[in-house]
Design a protein around this ligand. Sequence first.
Ligand code: SF4
Length: 317
Amino acid sequence: MISQKFTDFVSEIKRMKKEKNAIILAHYYQTGDIQDIADFVGDSLALSQKAASNNADIILFAGVKFMAETAKILAPDKKVLLPDINAGCSLADSCKAKDFKKFINDNPGRTVITYVNTTAEIKALSDISCTSSNAVQIVNSLPPEEKIIFAPDRNLGNYVLNKTGRDIVIWNGTCHVHEEFSLEAIIKLKEENKEAKVIVHPECELPVRMIADFIGSTSALLSFTKIDPSDCYIVATEPGIIHQMKKENPQKTYIPAPPRDSTCGCSECNFMKLITMEKIYRALKTEKPEINVNKKIITAAQKPIQRMLEISERLGL
Ligand code: SF4
């Protein structure tokens, strides 16, 4: 049952959005109720594109810190709010600026492509940003002889390397959610649901990717379930995306892929799930916590993100 307090938060959020000319951008990994009150729901690429082109004075990011930082980098004059400042990312944390500088120095002469799931400092050290929606196309858009550093996700990096055959050295980082899926449990589920298709995010490990019927970013997985004729899917990514899949095709069945430890619920991103309706309400009311990024870092980090957005636009992504 929906409580009076929850209803009050929702109506107050809607009122304050108008009053303050604020928009809420929500990632697909947020809970369904938060996705439903957002002005825009998407994956990292779509959210970056939206952050770069809107008329709001305030962007409230229902997502994690690197996403809010990306919004601030793209829209430095706007106030960017993150309802819980502790909403970090294990993948972004796996790549520290000091260590990454050394990695670049140890691998000279390479174009540095970093996944958007990085801190602003890492973006400032990069030549081009990418997301899981456009990583393969961005690498393929470069001249064949160009040598590349890819960071921070080693599974996405290996996926891009296999797809492109390019000379790529890969940073050894991982996302704690996508690493946790159990190959054995997915195979067992598939035996019990013979008609189900296994759809997998490229941040998953190779053995899980090898049994996939389809591999793609969160938005690609969503698009696939829209057009594919199957009625059942085993979904190997953060289960928040299933909310949108159900909205698009409620008659289909979506089974979250189980993690290795069936007791931990660790296929959910505990950072994403720190954001709640009450925290969104408080953040809009107090206009805190605000995300600020050092001006020099903003200037340096704008270049790789703009380059990604330009390539994506040129390729119609
Ligand atoms: S799902 Fe993984 S990559 Fe995405 S925010 Fe959570 S920890 Fe980071």
